[in-house]
Design a protein around this ligand. Sequence first.
Ligand SMILES: *Cc1c(COP(=O)(O)O)cnc(C)c1O
Length: 404
Amino acid sequence: MSSLVSEKLPDAQGHFGPYGGRYVPETLMHPLQELEDEYHRAQKDPEFQREFEYYLREFCGRPTPLYFAERLTRELGGAKIYLKREDLLHTGAHKINNCIGQILLARRMGKSRIIAETGAGQHGVATATVAAMFGFKCVIYMGAVDCERQALNVYRMKMLGSEVVPVKAGQQTLKEAINEAMRDWVTNVRTTHYILGTVYGAHPYPVMVRNFQRVIGDEARRQILEKEERLPDLLVACVGGGSNAMGLFYPFLNDASVKMIGVEAGGEGIVPNKHAARFQGGSLGVLQGTRSYLLQDEYGQIQLTHSVSAGLDYAAVGPEHAWLRDQKRVEYTYATDEQALEAFMKLGRLEGIIPALESAHAIAEVIQRAPKLAKDKFIIVNLSGRGDKDVAQVAAKVGLRMPL
Ligand SMILES: *Cc1c(COP(=O)(O)O)cnc(C)c1O
């Protein structure tokens, strides 16, 4: 097991076993190398680490609590459930951790302009926030369909001074937004840094984003040892690209007693085009800079995906997750739209916490698992974000109308 977290992973070319790497047009090879070199220098620079920690604490509100969900635990009647409260961070999700790290890198590299892709708009808002705070010009690419679904976040980005470009190609969601961001980057690479939002894309993004997000697991580990004086039995997190899950899991990978479950979007069920569970029917392929599991047809065409949560609605998964799955270190399962909606309502009513629909997928798995575990076991579930962005969509789904 110890080889999993060895300094050798990923290797120098960014491979996690057969996954990862750098599959980009020639013009991006040099900028990615420049980014990797600067990132390695920054990692060894105590001043960079100090600044990173300073903004996480003073601006974002870290450390986030590890909260004992007493009523949910009692209702389910099994293992003790702890929530890692990333929903309490500034801008409402874990995405800001990575954005702080990358904006500090962009400043070190002397860039003046930031671009990013966004699905639900959470990464777009986090990026627009750090761009405003450090005085960068900022352009966010977002699928036109997602702009409609997540209008609140479009307004937030604009109010923060960013330009939002609705992308009208293809399915008009995240995949097309990433294509446009890559196109922009190729054209403007001298002045521009691309803040990619998850543990995906060409090397060094998967390893860099994981390392910026590992603060979640490092904190959770300290907190649980303080509260329970031993390590947890189970970690649960939802998996879109996979950054909140990698952030929680990574610091525990060498602890064989800690089981881990990643929860993908089961959408309307495991039928082609109706879900985004890459480990249920996905296969090895290359998409948007890296090699990993993806949902494709027999000709290698990317399949349509569906999830009630825009943040999990993507055809590929981060390469390190594919590796961890092969090693059988992490188990991957899925929750359907319906299960996620049920979990969304349940957490609100039992704990007074409205989760993001993405995080509700992780809660749905806890609802399945906790009753099967003894009362002296405990679970940490990553509450990756809050549900404000989702209330209008859920209200429509469950038939709440105004005036009430
Ligand atoms: C973006 C997002 C996710 C999915 O992204 P990961 O990289 O898999 O973490 C999950 N939860 C929330 C709240 C998000 O905003």
